[in-house]
Design a protein around this ligand. Structure first.
Ligand SMILES: Nc1nc2c(ncn2[C@@H]2O[C@H](COP(=O)(O)OP(=O)(O)OP(=O)(O)O)[C@@H](O)[C@H]2O)c(=O)[nH]1
Ligand SMILES: [Mg+2]
Ligand SMILES: [Zn+2]
Length: 359
């Protein structure tokens, strides 16, 4: 079935997705969201690209606004003039951060990705706390994090930088890459074998789009040089976009993230800081916050020089951020409950005042 030039398999369709699709009405058309823009989903189906609006019912039901995000598998209904996203299939993974624009809201950056390439340039000193943040977010998503250190051609000591990063990324594969020399590109391609989907995250100018072009073997994404004055990127990529690689596999390019706010990501945090988590098992108190409690094994490790104080600070900062998110979520849940109770109380009052007119 290659009508329109693409098969569902080339879009990353798996037996799990097929099983999900089978539970819905068969007259709906399956497809994958390659871009989401101003409320419209750009959906690739075997018949071509459809620009669809989410059905009203979807928007009302979902906590995150019901808007399909890049990577989502959806089922389309409606008609040719106005295709509608009727169903967003259950996500296998979701990369979530705190919405930088709205308080106590989540933003799903991408869905159904197998691998997240955390890109970081080797042009200067690596920003360790940024990498730690990104790893917590990725571990929480269920996808596999892989660090790609980029621009190795600009570094005198790529191996040294790699070791520094490895110390803060337990259990994460790290590759040194350079789009300029082609180093590490084949290693990155391995993660995409078998029609897998990856997403690139990282600061602006870290070379994400350049990597996409190197992985694709042709220029599919626009790139721009970083600012000379401070080496920062220019936010060249403006939308998250799913790209089908000619050699198989899919990759989502994203705009450089300015802020990587934690969401309700405690599990991701524990995995990203598995070294601290292992030490914490030996703290005297089960709920030890590693902030001066007696018998704290984590702080003891810092004192012995076995754990970097910087890393513990970083952990505490992220932990505090997650606690704040959870408090905000509790407050919102209470307010919503109160509002619902009020509406219920009013309808009961109306019922007794007017009698039930429907009878
Ligand atoms: N020397 C060198 N420069 C690179 C390499 N990879 C990317 N660059 C350059 O870095 C600049 C930024 O690259 P982009 O690919 O646009 O960066 P990006 O991460 O997509 O940036 P945003 O889209 O703004 O988030 C461009 O001028 C690239 O040519 C590399 O391996 N070596
Ligand atoms: Mg880009
Ligand atoms: Zn402790």
């Amino acid at each position: 079935m290659t009508n329109g030039g693409i098969t569902l398999a080339a879009l990353g369709h798996s037996p799990a997705v097929a099983a999900l699709i089978a539970t819905h009405p068969h007259d709906l058309v399956p497809g994958r969201v390659i871009r989401s823009d101003r409320g419209f989903a750009f959906v690739q189906t075997v018949e071509g690209l459809q620009v669809a609006r989410p059905a009203t019912r979807l928007v009302k039901s979902a906590a995150d606004g019901g808007i399909p995000v890049v990577g989502d598998w959806v089922l389309l209904g409606g008609d040719e003039a106005e295709p509608l996203v009727e169903v967003v299939l259950e996500r296998t993974t979701a990369i979530m951060r705190r919405d930088p624009g709205r308080s106590a809201r989540v933003q799903v950056l991408a869905a159904n990705v197998d691998v997240v390439f955390v890109t970081h340039p080797l042009a200067g000193e690596p920003n360790l706390s940024r990498i730690e943040r990104e790893l917590a977010l990725v571990w929480d998503s269920g996808a596999q994090p892989v660090i790609l250190l980029t621009k190795a051609d600009l570094s005198d000591d790529a191996q040294g930088a790699r070791d520094t990063v490895a110390a803060i990324a337990p259990g994460v594969d790290i590759h040194i890459t350079s789009a300029a020399t082609g180093a590490g590109i084949d290693e990155a391609l391995v993660y995409l074998a078998g029609g897998r989907t990856a997403v690139l995250i990282g600061p602006s100018g870290s070379g994400k789009s350049t990597l996409v072009n190197a992985l694709a073997g042709e220029d599919v994404q626009e790139t721009r040089e970083v600012r000379v004055a401070d080496g920062r990127g220019r936010h060249t990529t403006v939308s998250r976009e799913l790209i089908v690689l000619p050699g198989g596999g899919l990759i989502i390019d994203t705009p450089g993230l300015r802020a990587v706010g934690m969401w309700d990501s405690s599990e991701g945090l524990a995995q990203a800081f598995s070294d601290i988590d292992a030490l914490a098992a030996h703290c005297r108190f089960r709920d030890c916050r590693h902030e001066g409690e007696p018998g704290c094994a984590v702080e003891a490790a810092v004192e012995r020089g076995e754990l970097a104080g910087r890393r513990l600070d970083s952990f505490r900062e992220l932990q505090a951020e997650i606690a704040t998110v959870n408090e905000q979520l509790d407050v919102r849940a209470r307010l919503e409950k109160k509002r619902e109770d009020k509406i219920l109380a009013r309808s009961i009052k109306d019922f007794y005042k007017n009698g039930d007119k429907r009878r």
